[in-house]
Design a protein around this ligand. Structure first.
Ligand code: NAG
Ligand code: NAG
Ligand code: NAG
Ligand code: NAG
Length: 319
């Protein structure tokens, strides 16, 4: 029966469901290889969840020439062949979340049609410029939840069309000063959950389109006053769970009224240098999520007080 079903227009792989040109194989924990034989030849979307698939080969794409989106989620892939996408000429979205990828070969994502690449929750230790062509079309890259301790400048410089970059939950300790220089279309940047301790004043100066910036759960101690000055479209900034003691005067100036910010869980030091943030919080309380969690870590007398509730004399601003 199975082999009959595998032929012709009504083909659908065993234990998968096919609807129009979309195929979904969910929780197929005993599927050990790519279901290449049973796929309808007009498949455009293929999602395989929780299978025991440990390899993906370029030849598989020959059976599904119209494949546009491939999701192989929570599998056992630990490597990919360098010619993987050679014949996947219509593939625009590849999601390999939750596999075991460590190192990937040069050229692996060379495919002009590829726009959306998700490599979230793997074990990748190095991001290499050679994965992509010079003229790639990538607009979204998600490398969150890997083991990156560094992101080479040459890697990001190549991804000129990126609009959405997620590097969260890695081990990044620094971002090179001009790492984001070529990313003129960047809209969403997620650097949360790394070990960043500082950013240079020009880090974002070539990315005027950033609207959402995630910097929470890092080790940031100070921010340059002009850090956000070119970011006219910034709508959301997360700075919670860092090591910030003050915000520099001017940092949050000229934001429009829809701007939203999270500052909670930082060791705010409520001395005279807190004046800028204190005034800003009182002038824009509606812009701050978890305002009540923006509290003083010191000095001792003001410990745990809400920053916004302090008085001028408590901050030592009255002579
Ligand atoms: C693909 O084939 C299935 C039958 O197997 C059919 O229902 C569907 O309409 C076809 N889709 C396209 C886009 O031709
Ligand atoms: C996979 O497991 C299901 C039951 O969980 C069973 O019906 C099916 O025959 C199995 N398939 C293979 C190829 O072993
Ligand atoms: C790609 O397609 C060409 C032409 O159909 C074929 O000769 C070649 O073997 C395919 N390459 C791979 C890696 O499957
Ligand atoms: C992309 O670059 C490759 C090699 O640099 C070249 O062969 C190819 O023609 C280019 N494609 C487009 C669409 O520019």
């Amino acid at each position: 029966i199975n082999s009959l079903c595998n032929r012709g227009v009504h083909a659908c792989p065993h234990r998968c469901s096919c609807s129009g040109s979309e195929v979904e194989c969910a929780d197929v924990s005993n599927m050990t290889s790519f279901p290449v034989d049973g796929l309808p030849s007009n498949t455009t979307v293929l999602s395989i969840w929780s299978a025991q698939i440990s390899s993906l080969e370029a030849g598989y794409f020959n059976a599904v020439p119209f494949l546009n989106r491939l999701q192989l989620y929570a599998g056992l892939l630990d490597n990919l062949p360098s010619d993987l996408l050679r014949n996947a000429s219509r593939l625009s979205s590849l999601d390999l979340t939750g596999n075991r990828l460590i190192r990937l070969p040069l050229g692996v994502f060379r495919q002009k049609s590829l726009r959306d690449l998700v490599l979230k929750n793997n074990r990748i230790e190095e991001a290499e410029a050679g994965w992509f062509d010079e003229n790639n079309s990538l607009t979204r890259l998600d490398l969150s939840g890997n083991r990156l301790s560094d992101i080479p400048v040459s890697f990001l410089h190549k991804l000129q069309h990126l609009e959405h970059l997620d590097l969260s939950d890695n081990k990044l300790e620094a971002l090179q000063p001009d790492a984001l220089k070529n990313l003129h279309h960047l809209d969403v940047l997620n650097l949360a959950g790394n070990k960043l301790s500082a950013l240079t004043p020009t880090t974002f100066s070539h990315n005027p389109k950033i609207s959402r910036l995630f910097l929470q759960e890092n080790q940031l101690r100070d921010l340059p006053p002009s850090l956000l000055s070119g970011l006219r479209r910034l709508q959301l900034l997360l700075l919670n769970q860092n090591r910030l003691r003050h915000l520099p005067a001017g940092l949050l100036d000229d934001r429009d009224s829809s701007f939203q910010l999270i500052l909670a869980i930082n060791p705010w030091l409520c001395d005279g240098k807190m004046e800028y943030l204190w005034r800003w919080l009182n002038e824009h309380p509606q812009s701050v999520f978890y305002l009540e969690e923006v509290t003083c870590a010191g000095p001792e007398a003001l410990k745990n007080r809400q920053v916004a509730s302090l008085t001028e004399s408590e901050l030592g601003l009255v002579r």
